[in-house]
Design a protein around this ligand. Structure first.
Ligand code: CA
Length: 362
């Protein structure tokens, strides 16, 4: 969206109009520093790793002419306040998971993960070659943001529990942390679903405020220390099969950047997804073995439980269809997913089966 059409939108939209009062950011001697608020405590594996990759890449790719100054939760705003802070111009950009902002618009769920949605590869296929990025920008026009995927956690674990889940009924009354539309699915199964920032989860699980939680996967979860409190770990989940992380830039700030700096931001975001996803997937297996060595029991949900997740997920997705932009994003996403998953099964899926069979036979 160019600046003129943004201004036109500002005149029409309340949120964007309010944000349009932001003082124009200035380059000082050709240099610009962007304040980036994040939802991640410093040192949090996977999440803060991605934010740090982005920060370092932008700084080095621009030869120091565009620098990012990262702020952890509490240093400027709280973990879940980053979206509104950037939309209003209080901060220049954020790094977070966009499904935290389904209260602002449910379409943001697609830019992290939706139940029974995309793997990491399928998400980037849609984002870069199936219309996903353009729809991210269309959402951003409502909130005065320019957004990019910037990180991916890969397939997330089903979560940490104190007791085994033997049927979907075991979710009834369970105090469980799960953000996004996945959390609404567990709500349909009777769970008392809470969304708590990552930095507060260990305390909530330890104190009994939560019976269980999902966070990310073995590499991140081990660093957070949940194995000290809960011992039952479901390794696959329906809710986040390949969660994207996102950078959202205030649209006024973005439009005032030079074309080269805009290109550095978007390319650093893509490179962040690649390098951080690889880091996570390279470390999850070894982390899982260390968790098991500490007495963690790893499990999978039964088919009956997966079926219950599926039925509740369909209800949740359909409930949001009255919003036309949500419906447009869903249609675009599902078309891309159908196409790429068909090929995935015929190529990688079949290959992995055959590789396991042939190598097992010696
Ligand atoms: Ca998660």
């Amino acid at each position: 969206m160019d600046r003129r059409s943004f201004l036109k939108t500002s005149a029409l939209g309340g949120t964007a109009a309010a944000a349009g009062t932001l003082a124009a950011p200035a380059y000082a001697q050709g240099k610009r520093t962007l304040t980036m608020v994040t939802s991640w405590p410093r040192g949090f594996a996977v999440l803060d790793d991605a934010a740090t990759y982005l920060e370092n890449m932008v700084n080095s790719m621009s030869d120091g002419t565009l620098t990012i100054e990262k702020k952890a939760p509490g240093e400027l705003v709280g973990a879940f306040e980053v979206f509104d802070a950037v939309s209003s111009g209080q901060a220049d950009m954020y790094h977070s998971a966009d499904y935290y902002f389904i209260g602002q618009h449910p379409g943001y769920a697609y830019y992290t993960a939706v139940p029974f949605g995309a793997t990491a590869q399928e998400l980037t296929n849609w984002y870069h070659h199936g219309g996903g990025h353009d729809l991210h920008s269309k959402l951003g026009e409502i909130f005065n943001l320019k957004s990019f995927l910037a990180g991916n956690s890969g397939s997330q674990s089903g979560g940490w529990f104190r007791k085994e889940i033997n049927s979907a009924a075991d979710f009834n009354g369970l105090k469980f942390r799960m953000p996004g539309l996945g959390g609404k699915v567990l709500g349909k199964l009777g769970a008392s679903v809470q969304n708590i920032p990552g930095g507060e989860l260990y305390q909530a699980l330890s104190s009994g405020a939560l019976d269980g939680l999902e966070w990310v996967g073995p590499f991140a979860d081990e660093r957070a220390g949940f194995q000290e409190v809960a011992k039952v770990y479901y390794t696959a989940g329906f809710h986040e099969p390949g969660s994207g992380l996102a950078a959202g830039v205030n649209l006024d700030v973005y439009n005032d950047l030079s074309p080269a700096h805009q290109a550095i931001l978007s390319n650093a975001a893509m490179a962040t997804t690649h390098i951080q996803l690889a880091e996570t997937l390279a470390n999850n297996g070894a982390a899982l073995k260390r968790l098991q060595a500490q007495g963690v029991k790893t499990m999978q949900f039964s088919d009956d439980v997966w079926d219950a997740f599926g039925a509740a997920s369909k209800e949740v997705m359909d409930e949001n269809m009255s919003d036309p932009l949500f419906a447009e994003i869903r249609e675009s996403f599902e078309l891309s997913l159908a196409q790429s998953s068909d090929w995935l099964l015929k190529s990688d899926g079949f290959y992995v089966e055959q590789r396991n069979r042939v190598l097992a036979n010696g």
